[in-house]
Design a protein around this ligand. Structure first.
Ligand SMILES: [Zn+2]
Length: 233
């Protein structure tokens, strides 16, 4: 059956499938911002900045060759496995708060995963190109298949390509949770946060994990919607 999908009741009706993902995403964004803001005001007794803590934890793990850099933005912190650079946002690099220390230790956790050949991280890294292509073009190809009646198989192609992006979002979860669990262990064993402070750093990292869970949920729901649309049209 040929139709222009935007006038198809199912095309619009199936948008409702995405609602839980949108709600989860908005909630996670709110939670991470509010939790970060709360614990960015609580300074740790150790007096270390995020950059100093990152440096100390890297050296302790024998990763003196991993460099720590400051980057602009807020919550833009990341570890780049290709260049082996820990990039900390200004607030984290210079901050002495439980939030800053938590985020710095989390990124250090990624550097440790990289050095130790942590399998989910390796799989995730190899999936990056396919996932980027899938999230950019999977839906477009799918829609082309929907609109052009002679291009029906494109719907399946779009679904397969988009699935790469979904798998990427799912494999991101163990990578992120493991980095946070490494972070909490390191922060406490090195005395960078003491017993009464650990919970603040943990809450920041838990809130950050929510954003990854919400993103994975959203991508799964988008895939479900594509599957329903492909069956019914
Ligand atoms: Zn992370």
């Amino acid at each position: 059956m040929y139709f222009f999908p935007f006038y198809n009741p199912l095309f619009l009706g199936s948008l409702i499938i995405l609602v839980p993902g949108i709600i989860a995403g908005v909630y996670a964004q709110h939670k991470v911002k509010s939790t970060y803001a709360k614990y960015a005001k609580v300074e740790a007794a150790s007096g270390l900045t995020g950059a100093q803590a990152g440096r100390q934890l890297l050296d302790r793990a024998g990763l003196s060759d991993v460099t720590v850099e400051e980057i602009p933005g807020s919550l833009t912190d990341n570890y780049d496995p290709r260049t082996r650079v820990l990039r900390l946002s200004q607030g984290v690099a210079r901050g002495r708060s439980l939030a800053a220390l938590g985020v710095a230790a989390h990124e250090t956790g990624h550097a440790l995963q990289d050095a130790g050949g942590y399998a989910p991280m390796r799989i995730r890294s190899t999936l990056v190109p396919a996932a980027q292509f899938g999230s950019n073009f999977g839906w477009i190809i799918f829609i082309m298949g929907m609109i052009i009646s002679s291009f029906r198989p494109l719907m399946t192609v779009g679904i397969v390509i988009f699935t790469a992006a979904v798998i990427f979002q799912i494999i991101t979860l163990p990578v992120e949770l493991d980095a946070s669990s490494r972070a909490m262990k390191m922060l406490q064993s090195d005395g960078i946060v003491v017993a009464g402070e650990a919970d603040g750093a943990r809450q920041v990292l838990r809130a950050a994990a929510l954003t990854y869970i919400a993103a994975a949920l959203m991508s799964i729901l988008m895939l479900v919607r594509m599957l329903i649309l492909s069956r019914e049209s």
